[in-house]
Design a protein around this ligand. Structure first.
Ligand code: NAD
Ligand code: UDX
Length: 464
């Protein structure tokens, strides 16, 4: 089966970059990315390619090359579904905020809406691909909806979870560690559908890196991969506090531990806590699934990764207050970095939001600088927490366009995202413009400590 026409529902952090790379690598395939969010689609179609809604290194160049050649962005979901042989569902699957499973389970309403729309529109056979991260066995629900509400056409449902990380999405998509495809390996039609997707990826990914398996293993592998990665961060963060108490240095410990080839060096960087749209949501989902099967010990084990992460964010903020003589009331604190990691404008679950909220509860005045995050986004993140009124957030938080402006007359600075540019700042000049003693809290182990101490900063870093 040769695929000529792909539709992707959801033009977000996954749908946009993933389809851009497919369009680039498969020039003979027409790829249409659709979304109900008109503003987002308008931004994807902005004649100035630097204004696309997602900042990822290398992405705008690919969009420039492929857009209106074989990559299209549209709000006409029905048309794109109708024309496609293969439909990726790449919509958001946030944690439920209501009803059964509130605060734990994945909210599948957007997925179900997609399935119902596909069923209503499709007039010929389709391969439907779960690109979103989903609870194990979701494919069964999708199939049920498609088979029972559709126009009698045949569907093959595949699971093809995405492993890209934000900030390195393009590189991850071009050179993935592996591509995972789950399908109905028992049936001929299932195997054919899997082969069709394998062939798309095989345009640029070596065949030995394309794994095929059954749907349930594929769905569960994605949740498991994120749980393992997050667990490493929580593990090293747990050790960071012990380092602070004992005089050990968490970077040295991580290096020594990571050089054991059985452990490996990656994902052992202590921080103010992991953020991002995936880790917390996916672990909560895993915990919820384990609980629904009455696997208490399994659920408790993974839940601890989240408990540790929440503690790390709180602990960092509490340490700031404690260090500054137990009060930050009325003090100006500069936050450098709002994104959940460098090289992205995504702020979902960013540690900065929680640290700022903690400091605001202590009546601090906050000034934020981030090179890629908008003022509107920062206020919206704080408003979403509901800790205080929107007006109160706007009164206590200022967003500025330069780090120098953020730090002027500040009592303290907190570095919360590891943007490269923070390393190059004129720290002496910053120090001179601050109130004294000038406190500098490094939540990312980004800055070289000795030079900062020599300048005169009261310098604190996670795990040191
Ligand atoms: P996102 O919120 O950036 O994008 C999702 C998009 O889907 C939104 O633009 C939304 O408007 C659109 N949408 C929702 N319902 C729709 C519908 N019925 N019809 C058309 N469009 C609809 O989300 P994301 O970060 O791209 O994540 C998507 C999925 O991929 C999630 O399941 C997530 O867990 C998973 N994932 C994300 C990442 C990541 O780094 N962000 C990595 C791997 C996997
Ligand atoms: C993650 C997974 O890595 C990716 O495979 C999956 O597809 C989506 O979720 P992402 O959330 O985009 O990707 O970024 P990631 O690089 O994993 O970082 C997540 C958070 O952990 C960030 O806040 C980051 O700063 C933090 N982190 C990561 C650490 O604090 N220390 C580390 O050693 C690594």
């Amino acid at each position: 089966m040769t695929i000529k026409n792909i539709c992707c529902i959801g033009a977000g952090y996954v749908g946009g970059p993933t389809m851009a790379v497919i369009a680039q690598k498969c020039p003979g395939v027409k790829v249409t990315v659709v979304d109900i969010n008109e503003k987002r689609i308008k931004q994807w179609n902005d004649p100035d390619v630097e204004k696309i809604p997602i900042y990822e290194p290398g992405l705008s160049a690919i969009v420039k090359e492929t857009r209106d050649r074989n990559l299209f962005f549209s709000t006409n979901v029905d048309k794109a579904i109708d024309e496609a042989d293969m439909i990726f569902i790449s919509v958001n699957t946030p944690t439920k905020t209501y009803g059964i499973g509130k605060g734990m389970a994945a909210d599948l309403k957007y997925i179900e809406l997609c399935a119902r729309q596909i069923a209503a529109v499709a007039k010929n056979d389709k391969i439907v691909i779960e690109k979103s991260t989903l609870p194990v066995r979701t494919a069964a629900a999708l199939k049920n909806i498609l088979d029972n509400t559709g126009n009698g056409v045949k569907y093959q449902i595949l699971s093809n979870p995405e492993f890209l990380a934000e900030g390195t999405a393009v590189e991850d998509l071009k050179n993935p560690d592996r591509v995972l495809i789950g399908g109905d390996i028992e049936s001929e039609e299932g195997r054919e559908a899997m082969e069709a997707l394998v062939n798309i990826y095989a345009s640029w990914v070596p065949k030995e890196k394309i794994l095929t398996t059954n749907v349930w293993s594929s769905e569960l592998s994605k949740l498991t991969a994120n749980a393992f990665l997050a667990q490493r961060v929580s593990s090293i963060n747990a050790i960071s506090e012990l380092c602070e108490k004992t005089g050990a240095d968490v970077n040295e410990v991580a290096k020594a531990v990571g050089m054991d080839s059985r452990v490996g060096p990656k994902f052992l960087k202590a921080s103010v806590g992991f953020g991002g749209s995936c880790f917390q949501k996916d672990i909560l989902n895993l915990v919820y699934i384990a609980r629904t099967y009455n696997l208490k010990e399994v659920a408790d084990y993974w839940e601890q990764v989240i408990i540790m992460n929440d503690y790390q964010k709180r602990r960092f903020a509490a340490n700031m207050v404690q260090t500054m003589y137990n009060t930050v009331s009325g003090k100006k604190i500069a936050i450098l970095g709002w994104a959940f990691k460098k090289d992205t404008n995504d702020t979902r679950e960013s540690a900065a939001i929680y640290v700022a909220d903690y400091l605001l509860n202590e009546q601090a005045e906050i000034v934020v600088y981030d090179p890629k995050v908008t003022e509107e986004q920062i206020y919206s993140d704080l408003d979403y927490l509901g800790s205080r009124s929107g007006d109160a957030n706007r009164q206590a938080v200022t967003v500025v366009n330069s780090p120098m402006e953020a730090c002027k007359d500040a009592h303290a600075i907190a570095v919360l995202t590891e943007w490269d540019e923070f390393k190059q700042l004129d720290w002496k000049k910053i120090y001179d413009q601050m109130l004294k003693p000038a406190f500098l809290f490094d939540g990312r182990r980004l800055l070289e400590p000795n030079t900062k101490k020599e300048i005169g900063f009261e310098f604190y870093a996670i795990g040191n």
